[in-house]
Design a protein around this ligand. Structure first.
Ligand code: NI
Length: 556
């Protein structure tokens, strides 16, 4: 008798957009094969067609409701690349201030609100002792965030109210009591307390993005050639407001987020050492964000098969994208094949098409991109700013660098990254003040649109919270002729191609043991660790299937 079983999770919740996962498990509940599918169709590229290239940013920003600034900036820099327009230093700094605040917001919200409940059993926290909880928090920080007994008692009372009302509110529908939960009641309470505090954090850090972005989501102060938030830049009160929020955020990152990650890394040590959720070890980082002279905040590089001793140069000509297993025909027409005759969804297998996400490859390989790739590559390239944070984390958790290539390591990388980004922001602000002091107040490079080339092409590669974001544009007769995006989630959640290669999401699921197939918490945990953004991941192709620029990418 064939005891193989297929588990379908659709939709995966607590992510952005609509993701479906199908895993095949053997009689012991071990995952043998995985199919991850983007179930959301979008067509922003069609809207961009025939538009003025200067408008690309505002429209591309609508690709996603979360990564709004990432696509906004990606598109603006892509068009600037097409026209060879360089932006003034101050404009670059203002853009970085918006981007960096978004990094921290994204990471904190992702961990606490989208992912932490894969580790934290809310109902267990009800049994916690407030005094012992305070003591527990002290193991991971000298000054734990909001650590009084009274505070923890309040949190317990709040949870009890949820339970008494018969509703767990934001905590409903969890797999509470699952055997995969490893934290003690006190540890769970620390994390729940920070879950609630992170809601306030989210509000505040949004204000920081809005100070120089005009608003958030969907900032609107970036223009081709620079930024428009010049009055905010010159207003000391606005700079102060921004700094105040970042300093508050830094308190939370240093006293809650990083210690919580150390707590989890300690409690789940066996899982880390077993490499649970490890993908194939192909990492990609395009680097970026000026730090000191030639030094960048993130170092660029390519790693194959976990060989961190041989980091290759990133070479954009090695990027390609295919659609064999995605719901498009070779000529670009849509070919949706997932419905059975009775209207139910097919389960993916063999050589079927199974996703709206196209299949990007680097050098013919599937790549993992994101905080883990950035931290590993930057660390090995001896990045001055990052390394002390990584060293401290590894020392306190008694882990090695390679251990980070796993589910929990991706989260650790995000927390580490948030720590050094807070410091980087403070440096950026002082550099901006320095410039203003010496009367360098330029925020825009003047150009005459009529005199710019009518036919040109551009591309941009940008590190954004979830990883490498690529935008490509072809301009003809001063209008956008075609546009293409490869978002971080497109890289990580790629379907197989006829190459049969699993993407990072799928590879990370192989070998996972599921204790209770009706409650596949283990699968959710792995997928959540990538911070999926499906709205970003899906991009359509054109009816012409043209090659764009020198890239083998099917585009509009
Ligand atoms: Ni997104």
């Amino acid at each position: 008798m064939n005891k193989k079983k297929k588990i379908v999770i659709d939709p995966i919740t607590r992510i952005e957009g609509h993701l479906r996962a199908e895993v095949e498990v053997d009689e012991d509940g071990v995952v043998k094969e995985a199919y991850v599918s983007g179930q959301l169709f979008r067509g922003i590229e069609t809207i961009l067609k025939n538009r003025d290239p200067r408008d690309a940013g505002l429209m591309a920003g609508r690709i996603c409701g979360v990564c709004t600034n990432s696509h906004f900036r990606g598109a603006i820099t892509c068009v600037e690349d097409a026209y060879s327009i360089e932006v003034p230093k101050n404009a670059e700094i203002i853009r970085d201030l918006v981007s960096m605040a978004l990094f921290i917001q994204d990471h904190v919200v992702h961990f606490y609100h989208l992912h932490s409940l894969d580790f934290v059993d809310v109902t267990s926290a009800l049994a916690a002792d407030a005094k012992l909880t305070s003591k527990e928090a002290h193991k991971y920080s000298d000054r734990p965030f909001r650590n009084s007994h009274a505070h923890y008692k309040q949190v317990i009372a709040k949870l009890q109210n949820f339970v008494k009302a018969g509703k767990l509110g934001p905590f409903s529908n969890g797999y509470w009591g699952h055997s995969d939960y490893k934290l003690t009641p006190e540890q769970n309470l620390v994390l729940i307390s920070h879950y609630l505090e992170a809601l306030k954090f989210q509000t505040n850090i949004s204000k920081a993005i809005a100070i120089f972005g005009g608003k958030t989501p969907h900032p609107q102060t970036l223009v081709v050639g620079g930024v428009t938030s010049v009055a905010d830049m010159l207003n000391p009160a606005r700079l102060n407001d921004y700094l105040f929020i970042i300093k508050e955020a830094k308190e939370f990152v240093d006293r809650a987020y990083l210690p919580d990650m150390k707590l989890i890394a300690t409690a789940y040590r066996d899982e880390i050492k077993a490499g649970l959720g490890r993908a194939n070890g192909n990492f990609m980082c395009v680097g970026g964000y000026e730090f000191e002279g030639e030094r960048k905040l993130f170092c660029s590089g390519i790693v194959y098969n976990h060989d961190l001793e041989n980091i290759h140069e990133f070479d954009e000509s090695k990027i390609s994208e295919e659609v064999d297993r995605a719901w498009y025909k070779e000529d670009g027409e849509i070919e949706y094949t997932d419905l059975n005759e009775d209207g139910s969804l097919k389960t993916a297998k063999n050589d079927d098409k199974y996703s709206w996400i196209k299949a990007p490859r680097y050098d013919g390989k599937t790549m993992e991109t994101g905080p883990l790739a950035r931290v590993l590559i930057s660390y090995k390239k001896e990045n001055k700013l990052i390394n002390s944070f990584v060293d401290e984390f590894l020392k306190d958790t008694e882990l090695e660098l390679m251990d980070l290539s796993c589910t929990i390591g991706r989260n650790a990388a995000r927390a580490i990254e948030s720590g050094y980004i807070c410091e980087y922001i403070l440096k950026l602000v002082s550099r901006l003040i320095q410039n203003i002091k010496y009367y360098d107040t330029d925020t825009w490079t003047k150009y005459d649109f009529e005199k710019l080339p009518k036919q040109t092409k551009g591309r941009s590669f940008l590190e954004v919270p979830r990883g490498v974001l690529c935008h490509f544009v072809n301009i003809k007769e001063a209008k956008i002729d075609n546009y293409s995006v490869i978002a971080p989630t497109t890289w990580n959640a790629t379907p197989k191609n006829f190459d049969g290669l699993r993407g990072a999401y799928e590879e990370a699921l192989i070998g996972i043991k599921i204790a209770d197939t009706s409650k596949p918490l283990e699968v959710l945990k792995v997928l959540h660790s990538f911070d999926p953004c499906l709205a970003c991941a899906v991009h359509i192709i054109d009816t012409n299937g043209n090659e764009l620029s020198s890239y083998k990418i099917k585009t509009l």
